[in-house]
Design a protein around this ligand. Structure first.
Ligand code: KG4
Ligand code: ZN
Length: 345
């Protein structure tokens, strides 16, 4: 069984070819260089770039996989959530192929696909239920209790910004470019190394910025207040030194990353304790972050929990492999409607 999977929900044009659960080829055209100029994604610009790249990406995937369109049995495509103009580009191409070949097309939910990224290069039985999963990306930030791969209960989420979004905005405030988290992480690492060498630690024991726990026993997040605190700190430093110096950027990056990751890790483990599960899982673009992973791992070890995250960095950020593996399991467990050749947002 061959599956062709499309992901165009934001700023990556990604297509993958699967033979059953095995990823045969994947090509992703990132738009980062284009969106860097505006410090974020402009939906119309993203859609135009998807339209310009999608056939080139498709050709590369088929060529590398050694198959032609006629060999494909199923199509999976992200239909929600995401930027509508971007989603529509992938959906239109996917619908056209499905309709002309009369093969089933399966709508895929972007967050579910991020969670399914954990199945890439893993046997199905390696993920043991029940478990609790934290999803952290640019647009989403939730905690799900999962009884099986299909039974998700949302037990918490952000009441304002997602963590990734907060990083993107803080990076923009400091003139650091897009996407924010990897850049801020690099600056934070420089501060960590500097701090270790000179034994200079942060201003107070608990850090420069507050930990936004909300209710410590509940699983909702809020990052917009923290973002305002960072803005105030940046403004204060500019007022005293006339500009934001490199050492200020590094310290603020470190303190901000610490504040966000501490809350995310703590709440995931609390959720696992409340739901009495033995496994915690991480998904979404920010699951690539080593500080967040390390914090969760430390707490998971303390509480004797198994901790899973996607096997490769490219499976963390938006990619069509996660859509393909989600499609594979939907076909295998018959979680799709037959004779559907068109989907929409
Ligand atoms: O899942 P994702 O690729 O797109 C959305 O669905 O939103 O997540 C994007 C987020 C951005 O906020 C970006 O700052 C963050 O993931 N990100 C990273 C890394 N690359 C992108 N965070 C940590 N480490 C990375 N290497
Ligand atoms: Zn995503």
């Amino acid at each position: 069984m061959y599956i062709l999977a499309f992901e165009t929900s934001c700023d990556d044009t990604s297509i993958a070819l699967f033979e059953d659960a095995i990823l045969r080829s994947m090509h992703t055209k990132s738009q980062v260089k284009i969106h860097e100029k505006t410090g974020g994604v402009v939906p119309e610009v993203a859609a135009r770039e998807h339209a310009n790249s999608i056939f080139e990406v498709l050709d590369a995937v088929l060529k590398e996989g050694g198959v032609s369109l006629e060999d494909i049995d199923y199509i999976g495509v992200t239909t929600q959530p995401g930027l509508i103009p971007s989603l529509l580009t992938g959906i239109t191409v996917a619908n056209t192929i499905a309709t002309s070949l009369k093969i089933p097309i399966i709508p895929i939910h972007h967050i579910e696909a991020h969670i399914f990224a954990n199945y890439l290069e893993r046997e199905e039985q390696e993920i043991k239920f029940p478990l609790v999963c934290l999803t952290v990306s640019g647009g989403h930030n939730e905690i799900y209790a999962m009884k099986s791969m299909w039974e998700l209960e949302k037990i918490g989420g952000t009441i304002d910004d997602a963590a990734g979004e907060a990083f993107d905005k803080v990076a923009k405030m400091m003139g650091l470019g897009y996407p924010g988290w990897p850049i801020i992480s690099k600056k934070a690492l420089m501060y960590r190394q500097l701090s270790l060498h000179s034994l200079v630690r942060s201003k107070t024991e608990s850090g420069l910025f507050p930990r936004v726990w909300l209710d410590k026993k509940a699983f909702d997040f809020s990052f917009s207040g923290l973002k305002t605190a960072v803005k105030r700190e940046i403004d204060a430093r500019i007022e005293t030194s006339w500009s934001l110096r490199e050492e200020d950027i590094q310290e603020i990056s470190y303190e901000f990353e610490e504040s966000v990751t501490e809350v995310l890790a703590y709440k995931l483990i609390e959720a696992a304790k409340m739901k009495q599960v033995s496994t915690v899982m991480l998904a979404g673009g920010v699951s690539a972050n080593t500080i967040l992973r390390d914090k969760i791992q430390l707490l998971a070890d303390t509480h004797e929990l198994e901790f899973l995250y996607p096997k490769k960095i490219q499976y963390c950020m938006d990619n069509a492999a996660m859509v393909g593996i989600n499609t594979y399991y939907k076909v295998r467990y018959e979680k799709y409607e037959r004779d559907i050749y068109q989907v929409t947002v």
